[in-house]
Design a protein around this ligand. Structure first.
Ligand code: GRF
Length: 203
């Protein structure tokens, strides 16, 4: 199976996926990485791994619709079974979401449905929560709202430092994203008609 990864920045999650592939633990092949930012460090990670790295700067397009249409063209040239959003910081049009329905995953740094949107770690600290974490979910029209596939929780200590919390969550991200991708590529998880995740072919 073929995977296209979309990024906007550092790409540490992309690196985790590339590493899983190296260890034959991804269940498929990352055939291209696309970034809406030309200077994203993740593009270098892709090149270093011998993966096709494409920069598609959104600023060169007049509208969200025009950019998303161009993005679909680039992605579909690679004929992916799965599109993986790994720190892709763009709001997607309904047309784009619909095109990849049931075959697009995102990772979001919170225990969804808590803390959709940005600055999740700071908001969790401000609320004094005891637990924070990360979720992988199918992408639907609702921003950070699609059905959850897998989550990992971390404890929030009293007086927890923000950067340390971000690091802890990031470490969990790198563990669970390759697992979720593998489950999908092995046909174990599907987006159900009711917007649920169904489990299939479990050993
Ligand atoms: C991660 O925190 C991810 O959860 C969020 O964007 C960040 C991407 O980090 N969606 P990286 O580029 O993979 O290091």
């Amino acid at each position: 199976p073929r995977v296209v990864v979309l990024i906007s920045g550092n790409g540490s999650n992309l690196q985790a996926l590339l590493d899983a592939q190296t260890h034959d633990e991804l269940g498929g092949e990352i055939v291209a990485v696309v970034s809406n930012k030309a200077d994203a460090y993740g593009l270098k990670r892709a090149k270093d791994a011998g993966v096709d790295a494409v920069a598609l700067p959104h600023r060169e397009y007049d509208s969200r619709e025009a950019f998303d249409a161009a993005l679909i063209k680039v992605i579909d040239r690679h004929d992916p079974d799965l599109v993986v959003l790994a720190g892709f910081m763009r709001i997607l049009t309904p047309m784009f979401v619909d095109h990849y329905r049931g075959r697009m995953l995102n990772i979001h740094p919170s225990l969804l449905p808590a803390y959709q949107g940005l600055n999740t770690h700071q908001r969790a600290l401000d609320d004094g929560v005891a637990e924070h974490g990360v979720s992988v979910h199918f992408v639907t029209e609702e921003l950070d709202g699609g059905p959850v596939v897998i989550q990992a929780a971390v404890k929030v200590e009293p007086g927890q430092d923000l950067d340390a919390l971000i690091d802890k969550v990031h470490a969990r991200e790198h563990l669970i994203y390759p697992i979720a991708v593998r489950w999908f590529l092995e046909g174990r998880i599907k987006l159900g008609a009711e917007g649920t995740v169904t489990l299939d072919n479990m050993p």
